[in-house]
Design a protein around this ligand. Structure first.
Ligand code: FUL
Ligand code: CA
Length: 486
């Protein structure tokens, strides 16, 4: 009898150890998980506005102006790839209303330009070049249209939806459908040259557009706007998320409005998001490589140092970096931009080439059910689906990383298996000096990825990571110690 009890006790114990941790809070969809893996991508602005040297085209530029004689989608895609970018979102139509594809919805499109003798489709060229070189592809189609005579009327909303339909139907699976929040003002409007304002809480009917078109025709496309649905705007165009970044968010409608709609988000809360927010809606940090979104000859690209810093403040906070790329009037990226991207990409690659934790012995204060399936080896196997987990009631564990000899590092990466939600609220890192642990960093949220940069490099044989606050047990899939490359 006693033996039987022991047998069943052991059996239930080992079965329990097989059970994965319960998910916590709002969870990402499969499409959002794919987006998290993209990390750094680009946003391309190129229309007649480039040839006018403006930031916002008025909508009256002669299509004949659009004549990029040396246009080369592959040159742009390869420069982006060298920069470590894994996707490209093309502005297929900006506020000026000029469509880069031969659309049936408006005459104001690429077929009226000298580009490829009016036979060109730039969306197609970008799409094919991106896919050829392994980058994901997405589109931005501006709802505000300063060319359209119909802008402001219900008819225009149908035109806009037909434009999306074309973009969703002819360019393969998209990873993003990007929707900006610029909402009316003055423009050409078919020659009326006047100011038109719309009520952005009702005019575009986003709910129906996204439900009936985007989700149906492009189920893989992450819908981006200042209030999601899949990815939220970070609330600034500096490319920076808050140091504490929650991937969860509850878009708050402004005072007097009952629903949160694009262009109406409560921006001050966007960089940080909401702990225990209702939806998984991580931030995208968008920022142009130069000063403007469009190419201007007198501006310069950001330095590799600045770009690396932006990476730390976006991807390194569990968000993503969307870098604006601006082809010049030849139809290529300027050589300065190509060089800046290459230096940034090299810096990323060299910095993250050697994870010092990989050849270390990592001891956890707790492993779920003593089960090696949840062991610490999962932290350094470059596989996001495997993870170190703790018992449910073990919420503040620590990890000791023994590198067998003193090593110098200044970057620490942590990652959570976000399929099980965003769990960690605070953590700290120590190094062993003689007999004593010295704290070298204290941080908050982790999420899909956390990249900590120490202000001064640390040298130690043993490093300790302490989870200091979490409502549930751990599910961590990544741990890294690196030395930043110069
Ligand atoms: C904004 C636009 O007004 C800018 O021109 C640019 O396209 C930026 C990415 O989005 O809403
Ligand atoms: Ca792993």
């Amino acid at each position: 009898m006693k033996k039987l009890v022991l047998f069943f006790t052991l059996l239930s114990f080992s079965l329990l150890a097989q059970v994965p941790p319960k998910p916590y809070g709002a969870l990402p969809s499969e499409r959002q998980l794919q987006w998290h893996d993209t990390e750094v991508y680009g946003l391309i602005h190129f229309t007649p506005t480039t040839f006018e040297n403006k930031e916002w085209g008025y909508g009256d530029a002669d299509p004949k102006l659009f004549d990029p004689k040396e246009f080369d989608a592959e040159q742009i895609v390869l420069a982006a790839r060298a920069g470590g970018l894994r996707g490209l979102v093309l502005v297929a139509k900006h506020h000026d209303g000029f469509a880069l594809w031969p659309t049936k919805t408006t005459d104001y499109n690429i077929s009226k330009s000298p580009f490829r003798n009016g036979k060109g489709d730039m969306v197609k060229e970008f799409e094919q070049a991106a896919r050829k070189h392994g980058l994901k592809f997405g589109v931005y189609c501006s709802p505000w249209d300063r060319n359209s005579a119909a802008y402001g009327s219900p008819e225009y909303v149908n035109i806009y939806r037909d434009q999306l339909k074309e973009l969703y139907s002819n360019y393969g699976p998209l990873f993003m459908s990007w929707h900006d929040g610029a909402n009316g003002g003055d423009g050409y409007y078919g020659g009326a040259r006047e100011k038109r304002s719309i009520d952005n809480t009702t005019y575009y009917g986003w709910d129906s557009t996204w439900t009936n078109l985007t989700r149906k025709l492009q189920p893989t496309a992450n819908i981006f706007s200042d209030v999601g649905w899949d990815v939220r705007w970070v609330g600034n165009e500096k490319g920076i998320a808050a140091e504490t970044h929650w991937a969860t968010f509850t878009p708050q409608p402004p005072k007097g409005v009952s629903v949160a709609v694009p262009g109406q988000a409560n921006y001050p809360e966007s960089p940080e998001g909401h702990r225990d927010g209702k939806f998984w809606m991580p931030a995208e940090c968008d920022v142009p490589l130069r000063k403007g979104w469009f190419y201007h000859p007198d501006e310069k690209p950001r330095s590799p140092d600045e770009l690396f810093d932006l990476y730390l403040k976006s991807v390194g906070r569990g968000a993503a970096l969307d870098l604006g790329l601006a082809p010049d009037t030849h139809g290529k990226l300027h050589e300065d931009d190509v060089a800046a991207l290459k230096a940034f990409g090299d810096r990323l690659q060299k910095t993250f080439a050697t994870n010092l934790a990989k050849s270390a012995f990592i001891r956890a204060s707790n492993v779920r059910g003593f089960n090696s399936r949840y062991g610490t080896k999962n932290l350094v196997d470059d596989n996001k689906t495997t993870y170190w987990a703790t018992d449910d009631d073990y919420k503040t564990p620590d990890l000791i990383i023994d590198m067998y000899q003193p090593r110098t590092f200044d970057i620490i990466t942590l990652g959570e298996n976000v399929r099980l939600g965003q769990r960690i609220e605070a953590f700290a890192v120590d190094v062993l000096e003689g007999e004593n642990w010295r704290e070298i960093y204290k941080g908050t949220s982790v999420g899909a990825k956390r990249v900590v940069k120490l202000s001064t490099p640390a040298t130690a044989q043993k490093v300790r990571v302490r989870i200091t606050k979490s409502p549930v047990g751990m599910a961590m899939n990544e741990l890294g110690l690196y030395k930043q490359a110069e």
